[in-house]
Design a protein around this ligand. Structure first.
Ligand code: FES
Length: 149
């Protein structure tokens, strides 16, 4: 075989062997997702409750902090009844820093100036003097829902 025809055959063979790999690389990896249509969004709720997070989020972090309808809300499990939820405005009534739930102490704490609040939002230590506003909250399936209006 002459050198020229060897190189032609070698090149053609190399391209032929690489073609399936090139096609596979360009095709979608999950053909099920590529052909299925996305699920439609659930209809808007009519009861005023909005999604704050999931039960898994709540149990992993012991709190959910989420802005709902312009209100920063903190949601926890009620320390006296873990099946019930407590939702409070998460902005400290002193100068509006975000409070965080301290699971061991069973209180909300503000890191800015040290105010503390009971699970029901009552001030237990100043300088804040006003309680945290409370909201309705519930669990529906795996969702944590809050109603701020
Ligand atoms: Fe919370 Fe000052 S902002 S104690």
């Amino acid at each position: 075989m002459k050198r020229r025809s060897f190189l032609t055959w070698f090149s053609a063979g190399w391209v032929a062997s690489c073609l399936p790999l090139a096609i596979a690389a360009c095709s979608p990896t999950n053909t099920e997702n590529a052909t299925s249509t996305p699920e439609p969004a659930p209809p808007p709720r009519t009861d005023g409750f909005e999604l704050a997070g999931t039960v898994a989020d709540l149990d992993r972090d012991s709190q959910i902090i989420k802005t709902i309808a312009g209100n920063k809300v903190a949601v926890i499990r009620n320390p006296k009844d873990s099946n019930a939820l407590i939702a409070l405005d998460a902005l400290c009534t002193h100068q509006a820093c975000t409070v965080t739930w301290k699971l061991e102490q069973k209180e909300f704490s503000c890191g800015c100036h040290g105010s503390k609040f009971a699970p029901d939002g009552a001030v237990t230590k100043g300088p804040a003097t006003d309680p945290l506003k409370s909201y309705q909250a519930k669990i529906e399936g795996d969702k944590v829902l809050v109603k701020v209006s």
